[in-house]
Design a protein around this ligand. Structure first.
Ligand SMILES: Cc1ncc(COP(=O)(O)O)c(C=O)c1O
Length: 370
């Protein structure tokens, strides 16, 4: 079976976890601090704050900038539910935005129409690692005092106009779940420069507790602590950070492997009748998934599965979920995309011969179907 996505992990990660076991300090500690320092240096940001998932990174960010009941947060419907729940968890209303069919990123003209007095934040998602039009988004937001919390779960290593996603803007959230460009097992990170917001995020990350954080980094437990605000138990553990540190060092080779397979797909899949490709510049981005727009999509997924090839839907649009029915969002491009999208296998462990099998199966499917 060629999986649609999977982590590439090995003896080095295992050794790093064993080393954490030996220290006896499994929770948040020096491994987390070391991982945060790596991220800070990579993105050139004042703050890199590690948490236990990408979802909690988004929630903590929205909560820390004061998103609350009565607020509206604009978000694309075509994203993982993990982008949307954090808005609900703040008591705010997710306002679903349509996408641009060229890259499946948030549509700028549509976004402009959704802004109201209540709009307090925009959560753009860099779909598949392709950066959104950040100049436009930051400019629209800037004029109205709206904050932009980027969901960069797919975009670790991608660049926008030469700058790494995560190195600029208001707040950027990454996910390090098992299938992301690098993994911690589970994990997430928040990148930002603003000291005041960072201070709130750091406190809320661990139950609103102050004073104890620095001591924890040094493997000391302080008996004294103060609680200043409502918080969450969202911090990253040393076990997860140890995995992340090893993956961080392997990232350059992972990025190369992903780019190679995606570029190869581009070459071999172009011209197949029934398949439309998205266009990406792999010199600038690290692709997270490889999504195509396919005729007879459901039959294609079944055919691929029968032939030992995994395929997934990124994603079932949230406005079509029963839970969000009452929103009655009308999103024509998202609906159209949803009827045709499928993500074929892409991960750093894939070989060109795996990719060849995938392409051959797609060609065979369309030939057989006439
Ligand atoms: C676009 C997007 N946003 C948010 C998340 C949530 O990240 P996590 O799984 O680490 O909570 C994911 C994870 O799949 C994602 O793909």
């Amino acid at each position: 079976m060629i999986s649609a996505a999977k982590p590439v992990i090995g003896a080095e990660e295992l050794r790093a976890v064993r080393d954490v076991f030996k220290t006896g300090w499994l929770g948040m500690g020096d491994r987390v601090k070391a991982f945060e320092n790596k991220l800070k240096a990579m993105f050139g940001r004042k703050h890199a704050i590690c948490v236990n998932t990408g979802t909690t990174a988004l929630h903590l960010s929205l909560d820390s900038i004061g998103i609350k009941k009565g607020d509206e947060v604009i978000v694309p419907s075509l994203t993982f539910i993990g982008t949307v729940h954090p808005i609900l968890q703040c008591g705010a209303r997710p306002v679903f935005c349509d996408v641009d069919l060229r890259d499946l990123n948030i549509s700028i003209p549509f976004l402009k129409k959704l802004i109201t007095r209540r709009t307090k934040a925009i959560v753009p998602v860099h779909y598949g690692g392709e950066p959104c039009n950040m100049d436009a988004i930051l400019s629209i937001a800037g004029k109205k005092g709206i904050r932009v919390i980027e969901d960069a779960a797919h975009a670790f290593g991608s660049k926008y106009k030469g700058a790494l996603i995560g190195s600029f803007g208001h707040i950027t959230c990454f996910s390090f779940d098992p299938i992301k460009n690098i993994t911690c097992g589970e994990g997430g990170a928040i990148l930002l420069d603003d000291d005041k917001t960072a201070d709130i995020i750091i406190k809320k990350r661990i139950l609103g507790i102050d004073k104890d954080t620095w001591n924890r980094y040094q493997h000391k437990r302080s008996w004294l602590y103060e609680v200043h605000m409502k918080g969450y138990r969202y911090h990253m553990s040393n076990i997860n950070a140890a995995i992340g540190l090893v993956q961080f060092e392997k990232f350059a080779s992972f990025a190369k492997a992903r780019k190679k397979i995606a570029a190869w797909y581009d070459k071999k899949l172009s011209g197949i009748k029934g398949v439309k490709l998205l266009s990406h510049d792999y010199a600038a981005i690290v692709p997270f998934n490889y999504t195509i727009l396919a005729d007879r999509r459901n039959e294609l997924i079944e055919y691929l599965e029968k032939n030992g090839i995994g395929a997934v839907l990124n994603y079932i649009p949230n406005h079509l979920q029963p839970f969000f029915k009452a929103e009655k969002a009308i999103l024509p491009n998202t609906d159209l995309a949803y009827s045709r999208i499928v993500s074929i296998p892409l991960h750093a462990g894939m070989t060109v011969s795996d990719a060849q099998r995938v392409v051959q199966a797609i060609k065979d499917f369309y030939k057989q179907q006439g």
